[in-house]
Design a protein around this ligand. Structure first.
Ligand SMILES: Cc1cc2nc3c(=O)[nH]c(=O)nc-3n(C[C@H](O)[C@H](O)[C@H](O)COP(=O)(O)OP(=O)(O)OC[C@H]3O[C@@H](n4cnc5c(N)ncnc54)[C@H](O)[C@@H]3O)c2cc1C
Ligand code: SF4
Length: 485
């Protein structure tokens, strides 16, 4: 264990943020990392629990108490080795994961939990700085070829694992750059894109082939996938939800993903015609999740006149709700760094109309307050509260309402079954077509990066077993020698 009395001696410390007034002037990451002695102290707070709930809270089964201990002992290279044995990309999760491990940390019952995510980020950043993360192409090739469709975290994890097993992997991506939502979705201020490029260079040097601007099923025939021994579909869950609300066609009602993607493209010198800007506008972000929060941060960086957020659900409690006791994922109010940059948040509010002028331009939103009626055995009912109608001046409404599921292009053309929620049906990652597998958001619906990496790894294992009759790739939570840098 770290230090027997570590959790009593030291308080949890998190990375600090630079001041709002400075960080909203640009799109760079704004966290101030802890120094080595602070991180060592944080590692020493781990109690090395008999039953480490952190470990089961992590979808990757990261070997958390062990790397906490190594960091406390100053064994950074060993910690990096161990971390990479269960997680291909700790630099993504160390920045962006909501850290279910911390929510289930045993210390969290009586104190602030161990700062596992910060420790993870510190390990991987140290490893890159020291040059410990090097390409390791496989020594032997199997002669089998694999196509991975989609280059988000699921596709990248599947590709790296399958390449390590000796198969020749080609990743097809319809966008002009690799990374999925990590690239075009998650704003640069949450993760600078050089972080993806740094890892991509390793993957390319290991022998993975990447092809961008290839939209399988559109400008690349699905029949051509037959040239591969196996296919892993990691196309994400990209069908955006909209609202059946009058005036939705007003100029100025924009899907959040268009707004976020355009900003990242512009940042990297790509041509975007008529970029949607929030500058000097009254912006209303509809949807209170991660995407909504990213729109708030981006609008403030554009220099919006005002930023308001609507959420149809009730405001969650400030502390863990009794309905989600430890070690469950807590129902609890989340206030992100973007929220702290300036937004007025409203809960239990529904948009009734987008009001437009004669030219069809959005000028205001009409809303009504709502409540949820719970009737046992029935779905919750949304009740509008009479007399609470309100009109909000608005020139830009951003729809951040989530995603209904994956696109059907590939399932239709390949004859694949989907489930009731339109996700690709792939029990043990294998679809109804034996050599076609699916992973990530395409299989489980819109989720988290950590789950996408986990699914990519697990799918790779099943593909390897399908092709070779056995596999040496790691199972969840048990790293193996093939999976380390
Ligand atoms: C705005 C936003 C912010 C988020 N923030 C966070 C966060 O902070 N933390 C977190 O954990 N999660 C976050 N998420 C969720 C997370 O990004 C996803 O769960 C994760 O990226 C899913 O990975 P994936 O590989 O399954 O799919 P994706 O990342 O969606 O990648 C799928 C890729 O497949 C490509 N593709 C699709 N069809 C084809 C085709 N036919 N041919 C070729 N290519 C194709 C797409 O272009 C895309 O690049 C966020 C999501 C959004 C939308
Ligand atoms: S649950 Fe928390 S204290 Fe216990 S081993 Fe995991 S990180 Fe350490």
């Amino acid at each position: 264990m770290g230090k027997i009395t570590g959790f009593k001696e030291f308080e949890r410390q998190d990375e600090k943020y630079t001041e709002v007034k400075d960080r909203v002037k640009n799109y760079k990451e704004f966290t101030v990392p802890l120094n080595e002695s602070e991180i060592t102290e944080q590692g020493s707070r781990c109690m090395d629990c008999g039953i480490p709930f952190c470990h089961s809270g992590c979808p990757l089964g990261n070997l958390i108490p062990d790397f906490n201990h190594m960091v406390y002992q100053g064994e950074w290279q060993k910690a990096s080795w161990l971390l990479h044995s269960t997680n291909n990309f700790p630099e993504f999760t160390g920045r962006l994961c909501p850290a279910p491990c911390e929510k289930s940390c045993v210390l969290g019952i009586i104190e602030d939990p161990v700062s596992i995510e910060n420790i993870e980020k510190s390990i991987v950043e140290r490893a890159f700085k020291e040059g410990w993360i090097k390409p390791h192409p496989p020594k032997v090739r199997t002669g089998k070829t694999i196509a991975v469709v989609g280059s988000g975290p699921a596709g990248l994890a599947a590709a790296q694992q399958l390449n390590r097993a000796g198969h020749l992997v080609t990743v097809f991506e319809r966008d002009d750059a690799i990374g999925g939502l990590l690239r075009y979705g998650i704003p640069n201020f949450k993760m600078e894109k050089g972080i993806i490029d740094r890892r991509l260079a390793i993957l390319i040097a290991e022998g993975i082939i990447f092809k961008t601007n290839v939209n399988v099923g559109v400008n690349y025939k699905v029949e051509d996938l037959k040239a591969f021994d196996a296919v892993v579909l990691c196309g994400g869950a990209t069908v955006r939800r909209s609202l059946p609300t009058p005036g939705i066609d007003a100029k100025g009602v924009v899907q959040a993903m268009d707004f976020l993607t355009q900003q990242t493209k512009v940042l990297f010198g790509k041509e975007v015609k008529d970029q949607v800007m929030a500058t000097d506008k009254n912006v209303i972000v509809i949807g209170g999740g991660d995407t909504g929060s990213d729109c708030v941060g981006t609008s403030n960086r554009h220099g919006a006149k005002s930023v308001v957020n609507f959420e149809i659900m009730p405001k969650p409690p400030g502390h863990r709700s009794p309905t989600t006791p430890w070690p469950y994922w807590p129902l609890q109010l989340k206030t992100t760094s973007s929220h702290k940059e300036g937004v007025v948040r409203n809960w239990l509010i529904n948009t009734k109309e987008f009001i437009k002028d004669k030219e069809g331009k959005l000028t205001a939103l009409k809303t009504i307050n709502v409540e949820w009626k719970m009737v046992p055995g029935q779905r919750p009912q949304l009740i509008e509260i009479e007399g609470t109608e309100k009109t909000w001046p608005c020139d830009l409404a951003l729809l951040a309402l989530g995603f209904t599921g994956p696109e059907a292009t590939l399932s239709d053309q390949l004859g694949l079954e989907t489930d009731a929620r339109s996700n690709y049906k792939a029990t043990k990652y294998q679809t109804n077509v034996p050599n076609i597998f699916a992973a990530g958001d395409m299989r489980r619906g819109q989720s988290l990066i950590v789950w996408a990496i986990s699914e990519g790894r697990e799918a790779a294992r099943e593909v390897d077993r399908f092709l070779m009759g056995r596999t040496n790739l790691a199972t969840k939570g048990s790293g193996d020698l093939l999976s380390v840098h």
